[in-house]
Design a protein around this ligand. Structure first.
Ligand code: GSH
Length: 341
């Protein structure tokens, strides 16, 4: 797979799987924290005083296709930060040269800050000796002209804490500190079996690595389906970062992970509670406009020739994410902007 090595783009470098055929996701490299962020206990980092939260200063580079970038788009949209943080959208197709800007394609934009052709140019601008994968999302600071952070979970936390007062008043974290800890625990709990689990299944190069990923994935989905029988959301009574993290995997599941990544023991729309939960979140104000199923399908089916060599995009299934969900019978409510009547 492709990555930067000392600022040079290389197409012959890292293996995505280990000797047992199990997918290994590399660590992200830019990990600065903006002033006013609540850094979770599990993160060993400090606030960087260079970066203060200001409207119009920061920019997000995303792919609509990517579940990690989608976390940050969701927070930006639900919290009403569209005029505070601008966005550039890359081409859903990623080839030999990595993510690229293809403004002629529907839903894609130019690089609004630098007019680059490839996302990797930004990484080199931020660090001329960068040795890393070139991934989305990227949070860019126009004042320091550098990458602040490219780890979705950390960008998400910055948006929900440092930027929350610049938005519409909605919140994506509980007020109670213990519940925030629980949000962090749940995000960690769902990461390996579910968020990363679909990739572990799809990119496995041995039967045993695939089997293990599938067992863990469907065991975890079953467990959370049970939880959602009695609870509208994953933690407490409001939609939180934890729901955002689960949602971006669930909304891609039936269209791509089920078929392309062979996560085909069950569809999400066959689960009694996960399916209405997915529709509940999809119909929450600010969510549907962040979901671009054409980008999602194009990306997965055309970008992984090892997995789907023909690049043919599967049609189904035909799902109605806006069908009534009846989850408002459970205690809890979606995040409410201050301006809402
Ligand atoms: N841990 C990172 C993962 C980001 C990531 O892997 N993004 C994928 C897109 S879904 C990517 O850009 N991959 C490009 C590559 O690995 O070369 C995060 O959560 O932000």
């Amino acid at each position: 797979m492709n990555q930067l090595v000392n600022g040079e783009w290389r197409t012959d470098t890292y293996e995505a799987t280990d000797e047992d055929g199990a997918f290994q996701r590399g660590e992200t490299t830019f990990r600065n924290w903006i002033v006013g962020s609540d850094i979770p206990d599990h993160v060993d980092a400090e606030i960087d005083e260079r970066f203060t939260p200001e409207a119009g200063r920061y920019h997000l580079y995303v792919a609509y296709a990517c579940p990690w970038a989608h976390r940050t788009l969701l927070a930006r949209s639900i919290l009403g930060l569209e005029d505070v943080i601008s966005v550039s959208v890359v081409d859903p197709w990623r080839g030999e040269d990595g993510w690229q800007f293809s403004p002629e394609k529907p839903g894609c934009t130019v690089d609004k800050l630098h007019d680059s052709t490839y996302l990797r140019e930004l990484y080199v601008e931020a660090d001329p000796d960068a040795t890393c994968r070139v991934t989305v999302p990227v949070l860019w600071d126009t004042e320091e002209d550098t990458v602040v952070n490219n780890e979705s979970r950390e960008i998400l936390r910055m948006l929900t804490t440092a930027f929350a007062d610049l938005g519409n008043g909605a919140r994506l974290l509980p007020e109670d500190a213990d519940e925030v800890d629980r949000v962090d625990e749940v995000i960690s709990e769902i990461y390996e079996p579910i968020n990363n689990g679909v990739y572990r299944a799809g990119f496995a190069t041995s039967q045993s690595a695939y089997d293990e990923a599938i067992d863990e994935l469907f065991e975890a989905l079953g467990r959370w389906d049970d939880h959602l029988a009695e609870n509208r959301y994953l933690v407490g009574d409001t939609l939180t970062e934890a729901d955002i993290c689960l949602f971006t995997t669930l909304v891609r599941f039936d269209h791509v992970y089920h078929t392309h990544f062979m996560c085909n023991r069950r569809f999400i729309h066959q689960y009694e509670h996960l399916w209405p939960y997915l529709r509940d979140i999809y119909t929450t104000p600010g969510v549907a406009e962040t979901v671009d199923m054409d980008h999602i399908k194009e990306h997965y089916y055309t970008t992984h020739p090892d997995v789907t060599p023909t690049g043919i995009i599967a049609h189904g299934p035909d799902l109605d994410f806006e069908a009534p969900h009846d989850r408002d019978r459970l205690a809890g409510s979606p995040p409410i902007p201050e301006s809402a009547d």
